[in-house]
Design a protein. Sequence first.
Lengths: 320, 365
Amino acid sequence: MTAVLTKSSAHSIVEASPRAKIVAGGLVILYAVITILPLLWIVATAFKSQSDAIAYPPKVIFEPTLEGYVNLFTVRTRQTPDFIAKLPPPETWYDKLVRQRDMVIAGPSKVVPRFVNSLIIGFGSTFLAVFLGTLAAYAFSRFRIPLADDLLFFILSTRMMPPVAVAIPIYLMYRQLNLTDTRLGMILLYTAVNVSLAVWLLKGFIDEIPREYEEAALVDGYTRLQALRKVVLPQAVTGIAATAIFCLIFSWNEYAFAVLLTSGEAQTMPPFIPFIIGEGGQDWPAVAAATTLFVIPIVLFTVLLRKHLLRGITFGAVRK
Amino acid sequence: MAQIRIENLRKSFDQFTAVEGSNFTIDDGVFFALLGPSGCGKTTTLRMIAGLELPTDGKIMLNGEDVTFRRAAARDIAFVFQLFALYPHMNVAENIGFPLKCQGMAKRQIRECVQETARLLRIEHLLSSKTSKLSGGDRQRVALGRAMVRRPKAFLMDEPLGALDAEFRHLMCGELRDLHDRIGATTVYVTHDQLEAMSMADQIAVMNKGCVEQIGSPQEVYDRPASMFVADFIGSPPMNFLRFESGLRAGDRAVAFHSVSVEVPEIREDRASAPLALGIRPEHIRFADAAPVRGEVFGAEYLGTTQIVTVDTAHGRVAARLPSSASVRIGETVGLEFNSERLALFDVGSGLAIRTANEGSARRG
């Protein structure tokens, strides 16, 4: 935070006074705390016991346990104490933990396949949307396309109503095509929703790259595609990164279509998490554990690309 | 090295015709300038020669070979862009070596060629720098280096000095011409700056509204403009036009300019009475008390060795270039005497020059 502050003060006309800096720093920290607190609470809840999780007033200090994670990853059955006493001694720490609650592990839960689904569908559709978006944006930016403006408007118009508004036609269509509850179906759907955004964002970025660069490459011996790959793409990388993050965030978080179109095989994390039920209702520590795991990839992706993201979002604004 | 031939080259975008029916030949080793105001089709012509734009019609021959629809990369020409187009993600050496890399040359060989080119351009000390850190002139040299490194058949340059400041442009003009003399490659140079074209080119093609108005050496284009457009576009201040109406007869050595007879170079064609214009370069006007064409001095612009004096006559305003020692008072009435051997005559309707003894060898493309 402080690094950002000193950097921005270098651009301002008057050096900020120390007091203004302290106030500004305080505000930023306060805002950070407010936004990060719910996340921290979820991370903490994942380490609470069932009773601590629903205690009122909420417990800030508690005895951490891995029960939430164990419950998330396993399916358990309740047994009588006599039955448990007769079993051979527990082999692992999580066996032991479960038996303390008079239960035995019956098998793994579905969280891992659901998580894998989320990864494949999220990253798959992001890749496709950015790939198609880059090609389309390049074409719109560089070639004389008949009706280019109308086509671009049409592409944008697919984003003008909330995608869920067409959920039922899509459901019927998918049923006809046997695409319901398939990863391919979900990848295609999210790609279709994201590609319009990708085309528009990327067209802006590619428009900013002078076409002389690739023309120079064309004269110097590259084909059009080579010039695109070796000359245009390296310069569009900030825009591509920013676009990829937007696309990933959408498809990663998407809930409505996932509920409607997936139930088993291709179910992603968002519809899975709310239905983690323990004994006596919602298993909040397990839900919190699932949420924590769910947030990690997107945080990692954003952190990895954050340099590009910051430059990408402010691109047109600061360059000229 | 190459001869470039353009035959009936035409390019239109939808309704708009950028280039219409150009014909010219650029001989091997010639420094050829395409000169004209913005939007005259000079850049489009250059881009068609390069293969960056496909012509609607016509032919482009490179050394007698038809390359009209050949890919840019397959023409073995180099292009220098106005904004240099140095790849920002590569350093100077990588930029210069890029065309060789495209051809798949071995790394060691590329390094040698890059070194040699850099030596020629005196930018060896910059090879490992980032292009974004370079000054305008050094960027220009790197762009030239990238064009030169693979010894292309021809250089195509699109206003390569346009982005430099005036002082530096002058220096680079000299360097470019010097470089051309050393390498001897055919060069096509697009510019809207007549001084650049005049000072560097062996031949100039003046373009207007998609047409080549005249092709010739800088002297020809200046002294014997083929049209009123060329006469007006070249020279600063431009040629003066004094309009009148008269018929012409081949062999005449004077025209009836209003009520006055003005001596001109021998006329070579017959013409019915039509609106005409007498073209006079400012330096071919002298003040002479006895001269029949008279006017009132409107203003004087001091330029060091000469001064430009504007005179209001009954037939329009005329600029004269006089020695700065001549004393001129604003408001005084003066007589204008023309250097009759250097006068030009134009048909106002078509804008074309009328053939006279002076205008003999000028061509129109």
